[in-house]
Ligand binder design. Structure first.
Ligand code: MEV
Length: 458
């Protein structure tokens, strides 16, 4: 279900339980979903043990909601699982700005993945290429026999391509099987198919087949997004110019592009993780695609239009699926899928491209203006306060003192916690446990202002 009409006002100011209640008013989550999200019934050890080997536990990552995402005229609440502060806030902030000019327009190609068959030791590689291509129809049928269900749902092997590749071991014949994976990510289907074709291809080529495996450079499974961000909302012409030049920098320099694209993947991988997708497949596809045009460059483009507004685009492979993976097994991923409300893998891919574009804009806006540390500061300070052993009721005060001091360091936080505890013990009576955090004596009796809200006013 989409978040159409969702009341996102002051969402960031609510307690997590209240936020979840508000989400429940718009998305039909059952008790199992809400318990999974609240972590009282998340992934059990038994379930985890079915997923991977040598299981000894599970690890929790916060799930936050990306807000204000208007994608192809549909509103989405976007679950994002990420350990890094400011990611959710920055994406939401840009999505809010984008919304004023129509949000994000996205499109996707068909869900075609490529399976590779590597044939070595071929005497006549170009002759082999012709012999294999001549049997394309038979080979596609053999591939499709491996997955009648996929074929029934409209997918299946579509095409065979053959390349002769120069390598350190001499020429190799590389076959590409193009498979329409529909709503599956497709690794299982594609790997089964290429394994099934191997001996036939080996005979035709007169060589030796070694590798039979999917390629994560999914150039036939692309997601694209486009948006316009008003210069005024971004903070004016100077910031727009700075953002455009930040993109030019990334596009020209792999050192910068690596960080620029990491920022994009902050958003995309967070959505992928929240929905139980194969984050590594998506990441390797993205970075390989970023180098596909000669050298490693930006996955986004940013330009200024005639009105002086910022126009952004992104295009990257997006191998995501809604059937056959963890999305339908992991209780939290299942709940997150309901919140996001996408029905098909291609819809998910489009939303993820929009999130990546927003995330990139959020980072570039901050970098072109005050830098990212200020925005990070209070959230980072909360993590440091927690790491320093601050109790829940002390965290706001510790954060305030850290931010005031301008240095967010564990040793300083530990000292502040010690001081608060000492004052609490020596009895001004309310240093501990009253939630006012007034143990330092400078905010007696009044609730400490929480800087967190200011930093993520999304
Ligand atoms: C930090 O996780 C991501 C950024 O470094 C991205 C960027 O520099 O564009 C802020």
């Amino acid at each position: 279900m989409s978040s159409s009409g969702f009341d996102g006002k002051n969402f960031y100011k609510l307690a997590p339980e209240e936020r979840l209640k508000r989400v429940q008013q718009f998305v039909s989550l059952n008790d199992e979903d809400t318990s999974a999200l609240k972590n009282s019934a998340g992934l059990s050890l038994q379930q985890a043990n079915q997923m991977i080997e040598n299981v000894v536990g599970t690890i929790e990552i916060p799930v936050g909601l990306g807000m204000h995402f208007l994608v192809n005229d549909k509103e989405y609440l976007v679950p994002m699982a990420v350990e890094e502060s400011s990611v959710v806030a920055a994406a939401s902030k840009i999505a809010k700005i984008a919304k004023t000019k129509g949000g994000f327009s996205v499109s996707t190609t068909e869900s075609i993945m490529i399976g590779q068959i590597q044939v070595t030791n071929v005497d006549d590689p170009y002759g082999a290429k012709m012999r294999i291509l001549a049997k394309e129809k038979e080979l596609l049928s053999l591939a499709n026999e491996q997955d009648p269900l996929l074929v029934k749902f409209g997918g299946g092997a579509r095409k065979l391509e053959v390349r002769v590749l120069d390598t350190l071991s001499g020429p190799m014949v590389i076959c590409h099987l193009l498979v329409d994976c529909q709503d599956a990510m497709g690794a299982n289907a594609v790997n089964t198919m290429v394994e099934a074709l191997a001996s036939e291809v080996e005979c035709l080529a007169g060589g030796r087949v070694y590798l039979r495996i999917i390629s994560n450079l999914a150039v036939e499974r692309l997601a694209r997004a486009y948006t316009v961000l008003s210069a005024e909302s971004l903070g004016g012409e100077k910031i727009v110019d700075g953002m455009v030049m930040a993109y030019h920098f990334a596009d020209a320099d792999p050192f910068r592009a690596a960080t620029h694209n990491k920022g994009i993947m902050n958003g995309i991988s967070a959505v992928a993780l929240a929905l139980g997708q194969d984050t590594r497949a998506i990441e390797s596809g993205a970075h390989a695609y970023a180098s596909f045009r000669g050298h490693y460059r930006s996955l986004t483009t940013w330009e200024k239009n005639a009105e002086g507004d910022l126009v952004g685009t992104i295009e990257l492979p997006m191998a995501v699926g809604l059937v056959g993976g963890a999305t339908k097994i992991h209780p939290v991923a299942k709940a997150n899928l309901k919140i996001l409300g996408v029905k098909h893998a291609r819809e998910l891919a489009g939303v993820m491209a929009a999130v990546g574009l927003a995330q990139n804009a959020g980072a570039l806006r901050a970098l072109a203006d005050e830098g990212i540390q200020r925005g990070h500061m209070s959230l980072h300070a909360r993590n440091i306060a927690t790491a320093a052993g601050a109790k829940a009721e002390q965290i706001d005060l510790v954060v305030k003192k850290l931010v005031q001091g301008g240095k967010i360091r564990l040793d300083i936080a530990s000292k502040i916690v010690e001081e608060i505890n000492a004052v609490g013990q020596h009895g001004n009576g309310n240093g501990n446990g009253n939630g006012n955090g007034n143990g330092n004596g400078n905010s007696k009796g009044s609730k400490v202002e929480v800087p967190l809200a200011a930093s993520i006013s999304n």
